[in-house]
Design a protein around this ligand. Structure first.
Ligand SMILES: [Zn+2]
Length: 357
């Protein structure tokens, strides 16, 4: 509006400035030349009036054009704002939960990279501080070392946050206290999607992380629980990471994400967990002597060590179907996810559209 108002006086100046004051012309001429001249000046005045109206009609179209341009700009601004708010609404808030300060990284790291690259807000949470995950050190020193590693891994994954809760490693229990911690974390992140392990696992910390995630799947909506953090009005979608355990039921790959294109970045982020990738886990597997000393060489070793063999047929089929590309059967690296029965249950189609390709 301001712009149009400012322009109006200029239009008037253009219209009247050139015809110059008809009333002044009459009075000055009248004084000098008498009635005849006054009559002449009346004609002149009439001419001037016509000229004014002609000029006004000539400046009509540009004024309309300016109005249209102005309205066009307003419409552009409004549609831009609408598009921005729509984009913000469709950005997901994702929280991945693991028992240890590298679990989310293994199971969800590649997909997390893709989600984060697409502008979604991704957070990892470790329910324990990892203070038992080493053969030569432990306690607070190890917890501090591992916390540092998580922060560097988060930077390399490109995710927003990596939180480590101060529960003892190897001693996690599905207590009310831990359940409340998980409810709080999900609510504070205002999560649309929650990921965690299935509650069937060789490691009790993994198993109970799965139980606690399930325990939170309804309670995040109940305001009287953990009442200092607002309850979520919309229940998130809960999703399991892939595992190989068969009992009581085998994992079902509802969504498969091919991650060859971000594999190097995933390995680079795993590489930040030095205490695990090159010390503790090789020690557990009895292959500590195979770990190269050179940083570049050991990253290569890590990549090879973490590369699985042939893809199972059902996974291969799911990938080819989802990507609509037979060439994807040659995928080497993937991550797979199963929809949990609790929480919001989208259709498989919605779930697959939600996950990055
Ligand atoms: Zn673990």
């Amino acid at each position: 509006m301001g712009e149009r108002d400012a322009k109006l006086p200029n239009l008037r100046q253009v219209a009247f400035g050139q015809t110059a004051p008809p009333h002044m012309a009459v009075s000055l001429a009248g004084l000098r030349r008498g009635r005849r001249n006054v009559a002449y000046n009346s004609r002149q005045r009439e001419d001037a009036r016509r000229r004014v109206s002609h000029e006004a009609s000539q400046i009509g179209p540009p004024r309309t054009a300016r109005r249209l341009a102005f309205m066009f700009r307003v419409i552009l601004l409004l549609t831009g704002a609408l598009a921005m708010s729509f984009a913000q609404e469709t950005k997901l808030r994702i929280i991945a939960i693991g028992a240890h300060p590298d679990d989310c990284d293994f199971r969800f790291g590649g997909t997390a990279i893709k989600f984060a690259k697409a502008g979604h807000a991704v957070k990892f949470v470790s329910l324990t501080n990892g203070n038992a995950g080493h053969h030569e050190m432990g306690g607070g020193m190890l917890a501090m070392r591992r916390h540092k590693e998580t922060q560097e891994a988060a930077r390399r994954f490109g995710i927003a946050e990596y939180q480590v809760l101060d529960n003892n490693d190897g001693e996690l229990m599905p207590t009310l206290e831990v359940r409340k911690q998980v409810i709080r974390a999900i609510r504070e992140w205002r999560a649309d999607v929650v990921l965690g392990p299935r509650p069937n696992d060789y490691h009790p910390d993994h198993r109970y992380t799965g139980v606690v995630m399930q325990d939170a799947a309804y309670m995040v909506q109940v305001p009287n629980l953990v009442s200092d953090v607002p309850a979520l009005r919309k229940n998130p979608i809960f999703i399991y990471y892939q595992d190989g355990f068969q009992k009581p039921s085998p994992f079902r790959p509802d969504v498969v994400v091919a991650i060859d294109d971000v594999w190097e970045q995933k390995v680079n982020a795993l590489d930040a967990h030095t205490s695990q990738m090159y010390e503790w886990l090789p020690w557990v597997d009895g292959e500590l002597d195979q770990v190269p000393k050179d940083p570049a060489e050991r990253k290569k070793w890590l990549s090879a060590d973490r590369t699985r063999g042939m893809l199972p047929d059902d996974v291969k089929k799911s990938i080819v179907e989802r990507y609509g590309d037979p060439g994807k059967a040659a995928t080497k690296h993937y991550e797979a996810f199963e929809l949990c029965e609790y929480g919001r249950r989208p259709s498989l189609q919605e779930l697959r559209e939600m996950f990055p390709k």
